[in-house]
Design a binder for this molecule. Sequence first.
Ligand SMILES: [Zn+2]
Length: 170
Amino acid sequence: MPATVDLNRVEHMARVLLEKFCDFLVTTIQKRHHGSGDACWRLCGANGANHFHIFWSCRVLRTYWEGIHEHIQNIFGVNIPFKCETMYFGDTLFDNWNINDQKILGILLAASKKSITRKWLKVDPPTINEWIDIVHEIYIMEKLSFSLRVQKAKFYRIWTKWAEYVKPVR
Ligand SMILES: [Zn+2]
């Protein structure tokens, strides 16, 4: 009898495993960094700083995540709940979006995490400008790779919303 695969369950398990791995990594690195204890390296006062804390709930990150949230709402012209599920995981909420918007949203959210890792073990949080820089790096790489594959039209379908949005500041 073939086993039925519940994809939601598989996805959930993968997420849980990834979080556990990240917790392990964060704790190990922090312990090495501080010699002892697991206080948050952003000096927010929290102890037991795990993956969830380092990437999402740390109060030092609050302004950063609020900024990302506001920009994403502006880019797509929608209201998005300010929750970890949506901002961090890019929740199922976006399943009914068109494929280009889903793609660019995925990139923007990945960049928002990447800028946190670039400030690893630093007291100060990442900034919106650093986020925009990372998205721009991805933009350049994608532009190059799409032009090599003669898929410029597809590239612009995906990136136009972002390119138009940052035009005044870039
Ligand atoms: Zn913290």
